[in-house]
Each structure stands twice: as structure tokens, then as C-alpha cells.
Ligand binder design. Sequence first.
Ligand code: NAD
Length: 491
Amino acid sequence: MSREEHAVRRARSGFRSGRSRPLEHRRQQLEALLRFISERRSDIADSARRDLGKSQNGVELFEVVVLEVEIKLAVEKLAEWAAPRPVEKTLLTLSDEIYVQPEPLGVVLIIGAWNYPWAVTLLPLVGAIAAGNAAVVKPSEVSCHSARVMEELLPLYLDQDLYPVVTGGMSETQELLKQRFDHIFFTGGSAVGRVVMEAAARHLTPVTLELGGKSPAYIDKNCNVAVACRRIAWGKFVNCGQTCIAPDYILCEASIQDRVLEELRRSIKDFYTDDPKTCEDYGRIINRRHFNRILALMGGGTVAVGGEADESQCYIAPTVLKDVSGDSDVMKEEIFGPLLPVVSVAGVDEAIRFVNEREKPLVIYVFSNDGKLIRRVKAETSSGSLLANDCLIHFSIPALPFGGVGNSGMGCYRGRHTFDRLSHLRGCLIRRLQMEAVNSLRYPPHTTGKVSWTRRFLLLQVKQGGLRRAALLVAMLSLAAFVTQRFLRRG
Ligand code: NAD
């Protein structure tokens, strides 16, 4: 039996034992995860530094804090999320118990990406534990230092059978994908997303695909260009552009292009000094393969800012490209690196057309003082999220569903959304054996009279959706009386 199969079997038998279900167990495991993060801060920071040249504070800010907030929220809200959720009663279910009961799915496979190796791998785990599942965690082999720390240290804190960490690359992941899971939560590119979905289809396993894509940022000429560029520069160059929701490119009118370039140059200098290579807050490209891929895209426009690179350190400076045409290579694939193309459009109409001619992005960013323009962009485009006048920060709000649409992914997560995503929302109707008279409406013979009264009652309930309980009770009793008289007494 392979290592992967063994891990899944352990998780499955752990789940079958029932111990992942009690809320007390879920809470205790979430607290253990929190303890892991707080006691192993330096191991986490050190591994992310070795993988991506991240600074300690950068890791704290973009990975650790997000995780801490997510875990604390789950602990705090667990009882509420897991409780039965009453739903509105109908005339015909007035005396019944009727609610939605979230229940664990079973064994979840979590496949992580390398760019925020801790956050994207452990955030789904928080929801999986909270929802009462077992989970097999597969960190990306590309961020190998983080993966090793996760494999070695996480089992010291969490139930080892219920939440095993399996490391490895393509072949290990494919071995895992042969196994049967109850949900697969994948973060990565759309090419591998397809492989995952195909494998999942063999077992009819539902998937969440957190993918990437090209997220545009439109800058309206009537806005504070300096502030817009500052926020875009921050969102783009953090983690060297290796962020799924980084603004991939800018769309703006040619008349403001020079101002945009100047403000981007100023912000890059403010954030990363004249020499980003020596700046602690500027990281590195994950590996040579990606370094060369990104460098090849640089030819897609004229370098207006940056452009320096050093292969020995996988360093590429924050770079802005001007005069970029919509069909150049840099506009064909997700850049996932520190290149920011500026593409000229005639105005918001063309910007909307430009975006709609391409795959649906993970985020659309729009910078404008004009609420009407923002609402127009929202109404006439589609994307995983829409953020006006800032970048990235929607990810920090667990109440907002985070996820893509179309080519940028399917399914969403964060906070309660992860809990719901990794639960089965079971509809429950608990009736009594009384009130049989009412049921005569649905029992044969199906007379025209019965159909017409059923229609009348069901439609009344749609119209009177907000009817108070007492009014419903009166209606219910009249119904029972009527039915008894009309259909039963006749024999
Ligand atoms: P990737 O698709 O190359 O790899 C993701 C995972 O899949 C890794 O764990 C890897 O081991 C596994 N894998 C790779 N090839 C495989 C194969 N042939 N069969 C089975 N498994 C395979 O993605 P990546 O390079 O790690 O991450 C970059 C991508 O992830 C970008 O597109 C980025 O936008 C996206 N991303 C999305 C989010 C999000 O939340 N939407 C977050 C981070 C990254």
C-alpha cells in the first residue's frame, strides 16, 4: 500500500470512529492549530524566508495573522455555525420541525499552492476541522521548506490520524487523487485544476477550485491617480507579484498613462527604496523555472520602471511595462510575478469590453471617485470578487466569500463560507403522525378539487411569505377543517 493510500485510510478510519464530530473535539483541535502557529512562529517565518525570501514581518502580516483570525473566528462561532438552522415554515409544515443541519462530509483532500504556503494550505484546514471532517493536507512541493516544516511539526499538535500531512509533487498528488475523498479543496493553477476535477469525477467527489488568472485594475482618469497607483503598487509587488489576487495589469486612458507611470515609480521607490534587491520587504521569485518564465514575458512591452534581474538570486525588480498591446504574450497568461503592464483604452466602455473578451478574473479592481462608474463596472462584468479603490484587502474579511468564477475557480471559502463549503447542508423535516386529515389533499384519488385547493394554499403561502405564526395557525386549522369536511366525510 502506498504512503498516500495509507494516509487516506487512516483519515477515513479516524473519521468513521466519529471522533472528529463532537464540537469539543473540533474546538480542541483548532486551539491546537493556534498553539502550533504561535509556538512555531520562527519555524514558519524561517521556512517562508527560505522558500520565497519573505521577511519575518511579511509572513506575520500576510499569512500568520490571517490564520490566527480565521482560527479564532471558527472557535468563537463554532456552536452557531454547527447548530440547526431553522427555515421558514409553510402552511403544510406548520406543526413540524424544519431546519437545515450542517453535517461533516467525511475526508477532505486539501492541495496547497506555494505562493503563501502557510495561508493557502491551512486556511481550508481550519474550515475542514470546524466542520467536523478529517483532512489529508498536501502542501506544495515547490515551497519545499514550508512543506517540510508542516510535515514534521503539525503532527506534534494535531490528531495524526485525522489530519495527516502528505508531502510530494505531481506523482504523489496523482496517487492521492486515485483515492476516494468526500471533497477536494484545491488551490493552484487552472491547468492542474482540470486534472484534479477529472480525477474527482471518477468518484463523483465535489471540488473547490481556488485558481488564478488575470485580474485587471481600471484607473478612471477622474480619480486620485497618486493614491490609486500607491494601492496598486502595494497589491502588485507584495510577495514579488506572486499573489493570486495581485492586479495583473492596468487599464487606463492614454492621457493619464504618464502620470500613472510616474506615480507607480514613486510608490515603488517609497516602498522598496532605490534598490529593491537589498530591501528586506522585497522577496524573490520562487525558482529558476518561474524566473525564466517571467523574464520572457518582459519583452511584451517597453520597460518604464525597473527591469533589472539577477538569476543567481531569482531576483526580478518591480517592473512596469508601457505601450503593451492587448495581444502580446504578457497579456495571454497570468503573470504571477513583478511585471505590471499598462494597457491604454479609450475609456470605461473599452475597459469593460477588454475584460469581457477574456476569461472571468478572480478580482476586478476599479479606481474612481464616481460611484456610477463603479456600479457600471460591477453590473457589466463578472469576476470572483470586485474591489473598488483598493487592492487585496477583501481577502482579509472572512465575511466575504473568497473564490473565483469560470476560469478563475469554483466555490468560495473563508470563515463561515469554508464551514458551509465543507459541510453537507442537510435538509431535515421532523413530522408527527397526527394531522392526517391534511394529507388527504395529496392522497389518491387526485381529484381536480384537491389540485385546485392545494394550488390555492401553496400560492397563498408564497404571497403571504411573511405571515405571522398565529395567522398561519388559523389558516392551517381552517385548512384541516375544510379538508376533513370536504374530502374525508364524503367517504
Ligand atoms: P500548481 O497548479 O502548479 O500546483 C498546485 C498544487 O498541485 C501543488 O500542490 C502541486 O503539487 C500539485 N500539482 C502540480 N501538478 C500536478 C499534476 N499534474 N497533477 C496533480 N497535482 C499536481 O499551482 P502553483 O504553481 O502551486 O500555484 C500558482 C497558481 O495558484 C497561480 O495560478 C495562482 O493564481 C493560484 N493561486 C490561487 C489562489 C486562490 O486562492 N485562488 C491562491 C494561491 C495561488
